[in-house]
Design a protein around this ligand. Sequence first.
Ligand SMILES: NC(=O)c1ccc[n+]([C@@H]2O[C@H](COP(=O)([O-])OP(=O)(O)OC[C@H]3O[C@@H](n4cnc5c(N)ncnc54)[C@H](OP(=O)(O)O)[C@@H]3O)[C@@H](O)[C@H]2O)c1
Length: 326
Amino acid sequence: MKALVTGGTGFIGSHLTEALIRARVQVRCLLRKTSDVKWLKGLPVEFVPGDCNDKASLEEAVRGVDWVFHLAGATKAIKEKTYFEVNGLGTENLIHACLENNPRLQKFIYVSSQAAAGPSRNGINKKESDSCEPVSVYGRSKRMGEESILAHAHELPALILRPSSVYGPRDKEIFVLFKCLSRRIKPCLAGPRQCLSLCYVQDIVQGILLAVETQAKSGEIFFLSDGNDYRMEEIGDIFAHAMGIAALRIRVPRRMVKGVACFSEYLFKLFGRPCILNKDKAEEIVQEEWVCDITKAKTLLGFEPRVPLPEGAGLTFAWYKKEKWL
Ligand SMILES: NC(=O)c1ccc[n+]([C@@H]2O[C@H](COP(=O)([O-])OP(=O)(O)OC[C@H]3O[C@@H](n4cnc5c(N)ncnc54)[C@H](OP(=O)(O)O)[C@@H]3O)[C@@H](O)[C@H]2O)c1
């Protein structure tokens, strides 16, 4: 089998690429001029130059592959329009490239996000059939990508996956929490009741690989997480335990989260770089509930998360230590 992975240089995409190679799939990765291939070094990967925003560059990339795994995405950006250009229009471009250049494509997997659905409410885990109420520009742009998939699901065999927050080796977002804990600070951002779903990166990869094999009908959507709901404070405790440290809980009021986000966005803009904690991210962080229901993925895909949070936290911390990130 032959697969195209977009976003193969990124956190989840690099783990997926390794897993595909282990499964003896021939992997082609889309590579921008600016891409850093450090996670893919030494792997038997065919690199094809291309950018989701450059439709012509995608034609060669999609030709002759059996599967497309679309993970390329703007997860942080300086300008709001970048999210829509990459996550929305970029997805539309890739769909058209497939329709026009690869009529025999067997499966197109779009890795969307829980952010496209928006937060859960009133202690009820969000289901795929619930209405989408994204609270961030990022979430709205991922939903735009989903809508493109849904509009073409009759002519392109496509599935949509919505991972919860993903952690593991190479991740730079939840790494911020590890970093705070290493300074003995356990931040409590949106009150003591804040809870969310999480998933170790290898379990997300398992979900993506199951999706490509399933007979589920085109256009189906699946949430992916480890199946548990965690209070933010509990996550801090589990991570701190994995790190072998005790940390002091610091309550950060919502308004302060937004203030810090404004300031860091301003600072990073001065240096022309996108930052992880920007105003848009703050809109997501201050929500009280980000929990999803993975019953559908378990039933239709056979998805069975294997890595419990304490184990995943230990593996992730060991990697950060080995790579001297901490
Ligand atoms: N990490 C999470 O917690 C999480 C949760 C839910 C969903 N997701 C989704 O999962 C996907 C992967 O996330 P990640 O955390 O692995 O992200 P990441 O580490 O930031 O990687 C993003 C990837 O997208 C590529 N990319 C960005 N703009 C592109 C463009 N215009 N054309 C082609 N490639 C482009 C990047 O390539 P370069 O190397 O060239 O920059 C990189 O390979 C994203 O779509 C994200 O929305 C992530």
